[in-house]
Write a protein that binds this ligand. Structure first.
Ligand code: ATP
Ligand code: MG
Length: 584
């Protein structure tokens, strides 16, 4: 990160809230619920669900849906179920189920005993399908998948009826029972709803509701060889659970007539589907398929790679659940697609960590500094406050001695104009310690690389202040060489170098826009020894550097590894300030 020329960072920053004067962000679903409650619809019940398909890890887009569903239920003293939409046995795994539960809990939400699986309803769904067949509302079709597609028509042309559309109820019933018994090979027959092949909505052109798939399911094993399609299973699962408001993303808007059709044909509770715009975030991708590709092809170290937009990646990076919830609240809920600036997410994080992260000193690229007039064997302990934002966090002692490390970039042999950090002959303050003045510069003979600085200190300036109130403009962080720990620090940047990596021309691959500099590892960093027993996952502000979190995977007893969560530079605050100016 770049520091101000003075090398100083003001620690007290004004609070910048995106919605400071404009009330809570818009959420049209709240308005719908308020109206339903007024009309006493569903006897005043509010019951939502979060319905992940266990085919990958959750990402920040899911967090929006989780906050929305659990948040609305809590707000209206309703309930929110966790339901695994596990109707596709081929892509689903137990590992994903466990990770999803962990992430939802970590975000701070509780489904109590309402952990459901669409697969728990397979028998019930099968009975519903039988009812549809008996009512002449569904038939077994023996066209191949390709033929079904051909017969389906296009947006401009109506579809054609399947030759099996008029199959008798008895025959369809008999065949469907045999499908269940496993008497037919995969793909030979499907069950289709009998709606309207000429409907302008393609979803209504006799959609498939059951297919044969001889695959083991992570919960039902080999009990079933026919599996219901999403549209059929989803709405009916909502109905079985008595869900009042079934909130989903906009791409399901065209499926709503079908959602309603199934519930209307059967004598069941009618849930209401409401669509909202999904979260899109700049400089990243959000589809589980794409994220899985990045993991499987080795571009990422795993689903929890700290660069991933997954909840597990954000957690490992150092994000707090509070900052993610705050972000989800601030972006609001709308019907119109948009992309949220990633700097807003970082802004929410900084606001949270500014309050709670202890300040410590760490030198990322060390340069040795010897204080010539400081006694060789002396060591003194200086007081350092842990967080100027919160006096209850107290203070600690930090050791000072003759040999220190400072940040290599805080020294310039030939200083540019307005350089307030260290250079030959200049005086600066060492944070919490003393004033020092720079003398000789030692270089490596062959390469000319600067390897050591010699300085003198003013013994009268203990604590960083002098009696004569002599002013210096630069304050540097430092650690004592003998009393600091070697550590590894990983710096991260945006995953993609393109703001909208999803937006690629046909034939090209979103992966070509991966940012080659999204990760940089520094292996010879030094941290103050107070961090010796820092716990995995704990977060700190490295003064003048940013927020960092102890990596919970790669840290060992001997060497801590830190992930940079965010720099201190708050781009969003600037954007917001500029916005406010233009509004005036
Ligand atoms: P992806 O497209 O990333 O693979 P998905 O929609 O297939 O996601 P599901 O497991 O089906 O993933 O999603 C569970 C819930 O989360 C759904 O209700 C879905 O609408 C919602 N959701 C998924 N992605 C987003 C997003 N980007 N913003 C808001 N909600 C989302
Ligand atoms: Mg989905």
């Amino acid at each position: 990160m770049k520091n101000s020329p003075s090398g100083r960072k003001k620690e007290k920053k004004p609070k910048n809230r995106i919605v400071a004067d404009s009330g809570p962000p818009p959420n049209f679903i709240r308005d719908i619920i308020e109206k339903d409650l007024k009309d006493n619809k569903n006897e005043g019940r509010v019951h939502t669900r979060f319905p992940p398909e266990p085919n990958g890890y959750l990402h920040i887009g899911h967090a929006k849906s989780i906050c929305l569903n659990f948040g609305l239920a809590a707000e209206y003293r309703g309930l929110c179920n966790l339901r695994f939409d596990d109707t596709n046995p081929s892509k689903e795994e137990v590992e994903y189920v466990e990770s999803i539960k962990y992430d939802v809990r970590w975000l701070g939400f509780d489904w109590e005993n309402r952990e459901y699986y669409a697969s728990d309803y397979f028998e019930q769904l099968y009975q519903y399908a039988i009812q549809l067949i008996k009512g002449g509302k569904a038939y077994v079709c023996s066209l191949s998948a390709d033929e079904i597609r051909e017969y389906r028509g296009t947006l401009t042309e109506p579809g054609k009826d399947s030759p099996y559309r008029e199959r008798s109820i008895e025959e369809s019933l008999d065949m469907f029972v045999c499908m269940r018994k496993g008497e037919f090979p995969d793909g030979s027959h499907v069950l289709r709803a009998k709606i309207d092949m000429a409907s302008p909505n393609l979803n209504m052109r006799d959609p498939v509701i059951y297919r044969i798939m001889k695959a083991s399911h992570h919960r039902t094993g080999d009990k079933w060889c026919i599996y219901p399609m999403y549209d059929f299973a989803h709405g009916l699962s909502d109905s079985i659970e008595g869900i009042t408001h079934s909130i989903c993303t906009l791409e399901f808007e065209d499926h709503r007539p079908l959602y309603d059709w199934f519930l209307d044909q059967l004598d069941v509770f009618h849930s209401q589907q409401i669509e909202f715009a999904r979260l899109n975030l700049g400089y990243t991708v959000m589809s589980k398929r794409k994220l899985l590709g990045l993991v499987e092809e080795g571009f990422m170290t795993g689903w929890d790679d700290p660069r991933m937009p997954t909840i597990s990646g954000l957690r490992r990076r150092g994000y707090t659940p509070e900052s993610i919830r705050d972000f989800c609240e601030r972006i609001g809920v709308a019907k119109k697609e948009s992309t949220v600036d990633i700097t807003l997410l970082e802004h929410c994080l900084r606001e949270d960590l500014n309050q709670r992260a202890p300040r410590v000193m760490a030198v990322l690229r060390p340069l040795r500094l010897v204080i010539d007039n400081y006694p060789e064997r002396k060591m003194e302990e200086l007081d350092a406050v842990n967080n100027p934002e919160d006096s209850s966090m107290g203070s600690r002692k930090i050791p000072f001695s003759r040999v220190l490390y400072i940040e290599r970039e805080d020294f310039r042999e030939i200083p540019p104009k307005k350089w307030f950090r260290l250079s030959p002959g200049s005086e600066v303050r060492l944070k919490h310690a003393y004033y020092i003045t720079c003398g000789d510069v030692v270089k490596e003979n062959q390469t000319g690389e600067i390897i050591e600085l010699h300085c003198t200190y003013d013994p009268e300036s203990r604590g960083g202040w002098t009696k004569d109130e002599r002013k210096v403009k630069g304050t540097l962080h430092w650690v004592s060489a003998a009393h600091s720990l070697k550590t590894e620090v990983r710096l991260y940047d945006h995953l993609f170098s393109k703001a909208d990596p999803d937006n690629v021309e046909e034939g090209s691959d979103f992966k070509t826009f991966l940012n080659p500099n999204s990760s940089e590892t520094l292996t010879s960093c030094r941290i103050e020894q107070s961090l010796k027993n820092a716990k995995p996952g704990s977060r700190y502000q490295f003064m003048r550097q940013g927020y960092f979190c102890v990596d919970s995977v790669d840290s060992s007893h001997d060497t801590l590894v830190f992930n940079r969560t965010a720099t201190l530079r708050d781009t969003w605050a600037k954007i917001e300030k500029a916005q406010k100016k233009t509004e005036k």
